[in-house]
Write a protein that binds this ligand. Structure first.
Ligand SMILES: [Zn+2]
Length: 248
């Protein structure tokens, strides 16, 4: 079954690896903005956004994956003058991400709020990162900030959800992103979360990128779901929900 990896970082992958993903059924991917060291200036962010939106899309085409660029200021990429990068986002973005909170510091909240406001104004979907540490607590804080921004629920995916947070995310009406990766959730956990809550509001992703992470977890999860559930239901989390959310 064809599938959609709704959160990865294609910049960290070689074209041979992207081709391997495509050969395993991963035909679409959202490639999220992330700079592995804290940028020293906002222009670094802008150039990264430009690269994602042109060069990365072309590399995807060569490999057989439709890459959808997501641009925005990740909580670990906040630099002096970060606001200046939002001008480019406003002019060019199709998807805003990944944004979110890592430690939930005041500046992170400020940067997240500004970008949610922008996404709301531009009517753009956005990908919101939740951290590994203090997951439940910080997810609650994120839900509070998202709600306060006034953005429409259908534009927001709260990502890296777990058994502990999925219920709350769905309760508030947002899309729920399941990141299947060692150290995040396993294929079995993803299957059991979808089994518990249904197929309607979930998207799958690998978050693969700069590290030595698994690239094919979305395809593996879809295969495990197919063994257990109706094909038309599985199609929703494999592809259709992502297409609806990201309008591709
Ligand atoms: Zn990511």
């Amino acid at each position: 079954m064809e599938c959609f990896d709704t959160h990865m970082h294609s910049e960290g992958k070689g074209i041979t690896e992207l081709r391997k993903m495509a050969e395993n059924g991963i035909k679409k991917a959202v490639s999220c903005a992330y700079y592995p060291v804290t940028p020293s200036h906002s222009s670094t962010l802008v150039d990264m956004f430009r690269k994602l939106s042109t060069f990365e899309v072309e590399r995807g085409e060569k490999a057989g994956i439709e890459i959808v660029p997501a641009v925005g200021v990740h909580p670990r990429c906040i630099c002096n003058g970060w606001e200046d990068a939002l001008g480019w986002v406003e002019e060019n973005a199709r998807v805003i991400g990944e944004i979110g909170l890592e430690t939930a510091s005041d500046v992170e909240v400020e940067v997240l709020f500004a970008q949610l406001k922008l996404a709301s104004k531009l009517d753009l979907p956005c990908i919101v990162h939740t951290p590994r540490k203090n997951k439940v607590e910080v997810t609650e804080k994120i839900l509070e900030v998202v709600k306060k921004s006034g953005i429409g629920e259908s534009l927001v995916v709260i990502d890296h959800a777990t058994h502990e947070t999925a219920g709350r995310i769905l309760e508030e009406g947002y899309w729920c992103g399941l990141t299947v990766q060692p150290g995040k959730i396993s294929v079995d956990e993803a299957v059991s979360i979808v089994e518990k809550y249904g197929f309607e509001m979930f998207v799958l992703n690998s978050d693969t990128g700069f590290n030595d992470w698994e690239m094919l977890t979305v395809a593996e999860t879809v295969k495990a779901l197919e063994e257990k559930f109706d094909k038309n239901e599985v199609k929703k989390v494999a592809m259709e929900n992502g297409r609806k959310l990201f309008r591709v």
